[in-house]
Write a protein that binds this ligand. Structure first.
Ligand code: GTP
Length: 388
């Protein structure tokens, strides 16, 4: 068998203390993983940290949302070729070996998995791949849990042979950051803590907001233990000494979960966009796990807007930097969720594009923020946008 930290014979030459510690950051979509990565990078630790990122979604938005803080990372490798747990032996191995090829020595590596990743195959990579196992060791598997939404995801029914990613993420963690406690009542907090404890009674649970936790509690903690992992998943190391294909486990079934990414050039009409999002949330907040966008709004000069949503929770505001003078105004939007109607979403988004009004028409907003249209000469007034 290949090297197994905390057990088994170690066939690799590099002593454990020389290996680069890797923190695997898991947690369902929108739980606060990127917020945690930013918190770590901004920390006053003097460590050289590399980040391996993985996005589930056709349009890459995270770059626009986190670029400023990411400058603090020594190196960033992005894997956008599907989900890290499904392509694990390809993308992840490549990303980690790419860091080695760069010749820099890092004090820590953070792997931010997608919210839909099953952490087991990610951790397994450290045992199946000789080069990865030789130079890296898992320091800890951290799971971000959104105190407001995690129970919903844990209770979600899956096909018999399919993994519930939210359960797996909690089960495999050796540290659980129970985030967004500002969004729950004390009773809800107690309830979510007992649900987590019923899945994983071994991991330390740290309550937090905005993923803010003392770094000493999460980095260099050496809390990953292969023995504990084997308690959760007795088959964890099956196949580690032979072919990866031997490891047949529950399937990672994302058949109903999809990512819809759209890009349109131009400016958006703010009222139309608001209406579009409100209607979407009214109809689908439960199924809409995650939404992210970068927008150019008509009448707002060079301000670039970003928004981030987790179910019905939406944050909207100016981006870290404005549109550059020569930058194309491309609005990007990504929705991730269950049973999403791509065509309807695309149509709805396209209808938000600002188009000039016909001659003589003007518009204003009433006291409720609703837009109405009026003809400057005839004084005709209407709610719908005039076409001529
Ligand atoms: N109210 C509240 N919002 C939070 C908290 N922590 C993070 N958020 C917000 O939750 C949203 C999602 O946070 P991210 O850090 O992007 O979550 P993520 O897990 O990286 O999301 P994915 O990469 O899409 O899976 C953002 O809008 C954050 O600002 C918190 O403690 N309270």
């Amino acid at each position: 068998m290949a090297s197994a930290q905390g057990g088994g014979e170690d066939l690799y030459e590099l002593p454990e203390t020389e290996k680069t510690p890797v923190t695997i950051i898991t947690g369902f979509l929108g739980a606060g993983k990127t917020t945690l990565v930013n918190h770590i990078l901004k920390g006053d630790h003097g460590m050289k940290i590399a980040v391996v990122e993985n996005e589930f979604g056709a349009v890459s938005i995270d770059d626009a949302l986190v670029s400023e803080n990411m400058k603090a990372a020594e190196s960033i490798v992005t894997m956008d070729n599907g989900c890290v747990c499904c392509t694990v032996r390809g993308d992840l191995v490549r990303a980690l070996t790419q860091l080695l090829d760069g010749g820099k020595k890092f004090d820590a590596v953070l792997i931010e998995t997608t919210g839909l990743a099953d952490p087991a195959p990610v951790a397994f990579t450290f045992y199946i791949n000789q080069e990865v196992g030789e130079f890296y060791k898992i320091d800890s598997i951290l799971c971000l849990a959104d105190a407001k939404h995690i129970i919903e995801h844990i209770e979600e029914k899956k096909a018999d042979n399919a993994v519930n990613e939210a359960v797996q993420q909690v089960a495999f963690a050796d540290r659980i950051l129970l985030n967004k406690i500002d969004l729950v009542s004390p009773e809800e907090l107690t309830n979510v803590k007992s649900t987590i404890a019923s899945i994983n009674g071994f991991a330390e649970v740290i309550e937090c907001q905005q993923s803010k936790v003392p770094l000493a509690k999460i980095l260099g903690v050496g809390s990953f233990s292969v023995e504990k992992t084997l308690e959760v998943d007795p088959d964890f190391l099956d196949g580690a000494d032979s072919q990866p294909a031997k490891k047949t486990k529950k399937v990672h079934d994302l058949s109903q979960v999809g990512s819809c990414g759209f890009q349109i050039e131009g400016d958006l009409d703010d009222v139309s966009f608001n209406d579009f999002m409100q209607q979407l949330l009214q109809a689908k907040a439960r199924d809409l796990y995650r939404s992210k966008g970068v927008l150019s709004i008509h009448g707002q000069g060079d301000t670039k807007f970003v928004f981030q949503g987790v179910h019905e929770q939406m944050n909207f505001g100016p981006a870290l930097s404005p549109w550059k003078p020569d930058e194309k105004r491309v609005n990007k939007l990504v929705f991730i969720g269950r049973n999403l109607d791509r065509a309807a979403l695309e149509e709805g988004f396209k209808n938000c594009l600002y188009t000039p009004l016909p001659d003589g028409w003007s518009s204003a907003k009433d006291q409720y923020g609703r837009r109405y249209y009026f003809h400057t000469e005839s004084k005709k007034t209407q709610w719908t946008k005039p076409t001529e």
